[in-house]
Design a binder for this molecule. Structure first.
Ligand code: CA
Ligand code: CA
Length: 447
């Protein structure tokens, strides 16, 4: 807390980008008895603890503590109180795909009045008829965009800075929302389940991959546009019960209605993800969305990912460009009957610095240790003391042994992560995390 000045038992910390100082709780006052929503990120707990640390809305005055159980209440809480520290306690289940009066909105509701018809869209852009060069444009693509804009306006919600949002109980959830931390600083998300941010209107891109792909817009939580100091803890992220595997194939490709789970992009920085449960999702954690340096990514995208469980995740856990990303003590589990095809876990992208230590990988027969790493223009990665099915395994050596010479990855000797809590032996990780990830807390205060 080097930028902090002690004044009469409180602290004043400079806000983001020169904003006037806001009062925050004295972090030294935090004890085991501190209610969930008043807790701050402990010192030394990952990149989000760098310099001023992450306090979220822990110091909120009573007037800025909100108990919400509907979408309207949640959005009103986000919109109130300006930059003041704010606590939002979510009760029960909130569904984003609902109208102002709380009635459910379906994909058909958004398409109403736009002339969008999936059947017509499929007819207009069928590569079997028009070839792979025909990019969607014209009335049906215009209609799709209109309908998609209506859904985006309904489900895309920005969490403001200096905010702590928690599930009031382990059962609290938000379904269908594309939450964002959009250019904001100092946000804590804990004890909350975020599920199924399905896009009603996937777009066909005939030039994506060799066969074309359906692409969707929404991440469950997007950290974007120079957002900084974000702590995501003891939360759950999943597509269930709406898995992409239950969607049809169109044009021979999966009609994928989900994008990322937590994506960190566009110059965002200083994020810690701890004790979360990520499950049943394909493209999970994208850190850096482009190889181009123009979005402010070089030197940013510093993320710590520790003590999380990844169960039946297809790829990008994480996939990194530019960032210095510390991945330790996580449990990656792929089950025999996973509905999500396993591609890889750790993606070494352009100019990436991934450091993977003491993680446990539980893989079924048919998935080899060589598949854990994927190379996407990266040149180096550090892996140390990881375990595969209980046995300490050099996963970079396994990867290199199976990779073509041009795809070899060197050891990344450019950095050693600091800002760590205790590092456990990889073999202890599965038992350690068995019942301790995801929402497990009950908030304090007057419930
Ligand atoms: Ca996408
Ligand atoms: Ca995304």
């Amino acid at each position: 807390m080097s930028a902090a000045i002690a004044i009469a038992g409180a602290l004043l910390v400079a806000g983001p980008a020169g904003a006037s100082p806001v009062p925050v709780a004295d972090p030294t006052a935090q004890t085991a008895q501190t209610p969930l929503e008043r807790q701050i990120l402990p010192t030394g707990n990952g990149w989000a603890s760098e310099d001023t640390g992450t306090t979220g809305g822990s110091a909120a005055e009573a007037a800025n503590v909100y108990d919400v159980s509907t979408k309207a209440e949640l959005l009103a809480a986000f919109a109130t109180g300006g930059n003041q520290p704010k606590i939002v306690r979510v009760h029960g289940s909130i569904d984003a795909n609902t109208a102002a009066d709380g009635s459910p909105l379906t994909c058909e509701s958004y398409a109403d009045g736009t002339n969008y018809s999936l059947a017509q869209y499929l007819e207009d852009f069928d590569p079997a008829t028009y070839g792979r060069d025909r990019k969607p444009e014209g009335p049906q693509e215009d209609a799709r965009r209109l309908a998609a804009a209506k859904q985006a306006k309904t489900i895309r919600w920005d969490i403001p800075g200096n905010t702590t949002i928690v599930g009031a109980t382990p059962g609290s959830s938000i379904t269908g929302a594309a939450l964002r931390i959009n250019g904001a600083s100092n946000v804590i998300v804990r004890n909350l389940t975020l599920r199924d941010a399905a896009d009603c209107f996937p777009a066909w891109d005939p030039t994506d991959g060799t066969e074309g792909n359906w692409n969707s817009e929404y991440d469950l939580l997007q950290v974007i546009n120079k957002a900084t100091h974000v702590w995501i803890d003891h939360s759950a992220f999943t597509d269930a019960p709406n898995l992409d595997s239950s969607q049809p194939l169109y044009f021979g490709r999966p009609y994928q209605v989900h994008d990322g789970a937590v994506d960190v992009t566009n110059g965002s920085d200083l994020v810690t993800m701890s004790y979360n449960r990520f499950s049943d999702h394909d493209k999970l954690l994208l850190i850096g969305s482009t190889d181009s340096p123009t979005r402010g990514d070089p030197g940013k995208l510093r993320v710590t990912i520790h003590h999380n469980v990844f169960e039946n995740v297809g790829q990008r856990a994480p996939r990194v460009r530019f960032g210095h990303v510390d991945v330790y003590n996580n449990h990656f589990k792929v089950t025999e009957d996973s509905a999500i095809p396993y591609e890889y876990s750790l993606g070494a992208g352009f100019s990436s610095h991934l450091y993977a230590e003491a993680n446990a990988f539980t893989l079924p027969a048919g998935v080899d240790a060589a598949e854990i790493i994927g190379r996407y223009k990266g040149t180096a990665i550090t892996t140390t003391a990881n375990a595969v099915n209980g046995k300490i395994t050099d996963i970079r050596a396994e990867y290199n042994a199976a990779a073509a010479p041009a795809d070899q990855l060197a050891e990344d000797t450019s950095w050693i992560p600091a800002l760590r809590t205790q590092v456990h032996p990889a073999q202890a990780v599965p038992a350690l995390l068995k019942d301790s990830t995801g929402p497990v807390f009950t908030a304090g205060g007057d419930l």
